[in-house]
Design a protein around this ligand. Structure first.
Ligand code: ATP
Ligand code: MG
Length: 376
């Protein structure tokens, strides 16, 4: 589940076609990060009332070491491309938190650390993970997040231990709709818009009741402003989730995120991984496998996760696959805007599906697939 650039095997950048100036003026003083962003978010999300001076809570290394019993291995929650994540309990407040200790691998990691702190200090939404604070003691870089008790979506879709319950259809649709809402906030409520760039199942964390929250903003970018249609940047992200035009040209748009969202939605529906080299030839890449099947509605039932054992509404499956198919179209301008994806998925998530009742509501009450606008 390692982090990697789209078009290569190494952990970091493969392409450097364009300059990558920082989007912010960042000042790292002794223990506080200060930022003057030309950036605002709508009232709904801005708890600080539009302040242009953000100071996130800072922790000392000693505080975080004691919260994790000295980063003891039994506190380890997981490990990604940037470092290890531990469960901890903060002294004083007793709050349970997740603490990500970044590998001390120099400038690139430091940049991602700063972007993460800045983004999460500015952006607040029920479907984004909450950053509680950070530690920048000496060369130590740690991020302190709210603890998400159900782990990541990936933990519930792929390689499940035998005792873990599979997600049912309704929960899957609610997770998809919530993740889309988090992305809609970044695209439509933040100004300038934020391109998330790293949407994948391991970055969708689950709170109680399977409430989804997007995490990991270290790769996020401010989107194009004014007449510009894209921002040019190095190609970063995760193989299997990267939009083809972005992987090829480095031109990043909001539609790159919509493509990644489509891949996640396909994983949710099919239970397959974005890339799975253990599958038969021709089935390694989920989108490549799905494309020919999208053309024939009769094949849609073959695409449903077999572990659902047929317990899904037929019409709901068609509609969810239709949304996924639109999101992963090759041409970015043919993909829907995320607001339309939210509308479609909120509708699907609102449909009650009771596998024990043959006349599930979704069969009766849905008349047509919600239509998605193609472009803004
Ligand atoms: N806030 C959190 N609460 C609970 N568990 C978390 C939290 N943040 C991360 N985790 C766990 O730690 C694991 C590693 O997370 P991390 O973000 O470092 O890597 P990743 O997303 O799996 O991979 P990548 O580095 O490629 O993005 C996650 O898969 C998740 O299970
Ligand atoms: Mg992650």
């Amino acid at each position: 589940m390692g982090w990697c650039p789209c078009s290569g095997k190494s952990k970091k950048t493969t392409k450097k076609k364009h300059s990558t100036k920082s989007d912010y003026q960042i000042q790292s003083t002794s223990d506080k990060l200060k930022v003057k962003p030309a950036f605002n978010v709508s009232k709904e999300g801005d708890k600080d009332g539009g302040s242009d001076h953000i100071a996130a809570h800072t922790f000392t290394f000693r505080e975080l070491a004691s919260a994790t019993k000295n980063f003891r291995s039994d506190c380890l929650l997981g490990e990604g491309g940037f470092g290890r994540v531990y469960k901890g309990r903060l002294e004083g407040t007793n709050q349970v938190v997740a603490i990500k200790q970044l590998d001390r691998n120099g400038l690139q990691g430091n940049r991602e650390f700063l972007v993460e702190v800045l983004m999460l200090s500015l952006l607040h939404h029920p479907n984004l993970v909450n950053l509680i604070g950070y530690c920048a003691d000496g060369d130590q870089r740690l991020l302190v997040y709210e603890y998400m008790p159900l782990g990541s979506l990936e933990d519930h879709l792929h390689d499940l231990p035998p005792d873990r319950k599979r997600l049912d259809w309704s929960t899957r649709m609610r997770i998809a709709a919530g993740a889309a809402k988090g992305l809609e906030y970044l695209h439509d409520k933040a100004n300038p818009p934020v391109i998330y760039r790293d949407l994948k199942c391991s970055n969708i964390l689950l709170d109680e009741g399977y409430h989804p929250k997007l995490s990991d903003f270290g790769l996020a970018k401010l989107g194009p402003v004014g007449d510009k249609t894209h921002v040019s940047t190095r190609v970063m992200g995760t193989y299997g989730y990267c939009a083809p035009e972005y992987a090829m040209t480095g031109q990043l748009t909001l539609k790159s995120d919509v493509y990644s969202f489509g891949v996640v939605l396909l994983e949710i529906i099919t239970g397959r991984k974005a890339i799975d080299n253990s599958k038969a030839a021709g089935e390694h890449n989920l989108v490549a496998w799905a494309r020919p099947l999208f053309r024939d509605r009769r094949k849609f039932s073959q695409m449903a996760d077999p572990t659902l054992q047929g317990q899904y509404p037929a019409r709901g499956l068609y509609q969810a696959l239709a949304v996924a198919a639109m999101c992963v179209q090759e041409q970015p301008n043919m993909r829907p805007v995320i607001a339309d994806v939210v509308t479609a998925l909120s509708y699907l998530a609102s449909q009650m599906y009771d596998p024990d009742s043959e006349s599930a509501q979704s069969f009766r009450s849905s008349s047509s697939t919600p239509r998605a606008r193609r472009d803004q």
